[in-house]
Design a protein around this ligand. Sequence first.
Ligand code: C2E
Ligand code: CA
Ligand code: CA
Ligand code: CA
Length: 277
Amino acid sequence: AKKDGKNTYKIYQTDFSEDIVRKLDILQALRQAIKNNESLTLHYQPIVDDKKIVGFEALLRWNDPTLGFLSPAEFIPIAEESGLIIPLGEWVVRTACTAFNELYKNSEYMPYLSVNVSTKQFEQDHCVSKLKKILEETNFNPENLKIELTESIMMKDVEKIIEKLNQLRASGIGVFLDDFGTGYSSLSYLGVLPINTLKIDQSFVQNINDSAQEAIVRTIILMAESLEKGIIAEGVEEVGQLEYLKNLGCQHFQGYLYSKPVPFEEIPNLLNKEIHK
Ligand code: C2E
Ligand code: CA
Ligand code: CA
Ligand code: CA
């Protein structure tokens, strides 16, 4: 809304109710989409080292018959607010695990599968046992599953969170801390959190030629090394960024430079693609 004198109030009011109508439309459509299991899909983005694809991150895509394509940045927050993130999150894990088992059933080597678990979902009392149950049902090896959590898990009862993380670790499921460096109280808890890997947020990677940002990335990598945690750089788009990151000691990368997230059917095309020249 533009500020143009006495009309301002009216314009804001209109925007406000349009926002609510849009949200309600999305909410209703999402409920249908989860029920019908038609318009939701997953795309997969490779995570690579110098030589091979080490894993894939599953990312939700939603092309609704009436609303059209919606970005996860728009519908995930609505799913979280409404509680729909619980069935949606379970659908993601079940669908991805089933697809991966099928794809790799005759292979010796299987890259890991990484799924995003929202803080709302992780806070559910039975989240860990639910995850384990889905792995049993889909016959998926827990060692091949990683879950990506954000630092916002730390806003609630820390002891409870650590207990859940320990349960995950005991079951063999790996834990990545997503968007690292953008969230709340990253440093104070890092030493005590049983997590395996930090994913450096793409905002740092994209500004890595800025000396202050480079210093932050350098520090995150050193810290991860001394805490014996892995590092993945997100959002690597350019060869220059890749070289910078490699020089700083980073060994795992994800970003458009290697591949955008692709539909499941396109994964086999990626498996023969050269990593870095
Ligand atoms: P995220 O988990 O941080 O995922 C990375 C996002 O960066 C993805 O956006 C991906 O497509 C994008 N990306 C990857 N490489 C590059 C690059 O080189 N450059 C740029 N500019 N972007 C890159 P996407 O798929 O739109 O997802 C946005 C966010 O929505 C995700 O951020 C995640 O927070 C959330 N999300 C997506 N799928 C799920 C899901 O299944 N469950 C939950 N809870 N959240 C999800
Ligand atoms: Ca993620
Ligand atoms: Ca991320
Ligand atoms: Ca993000």
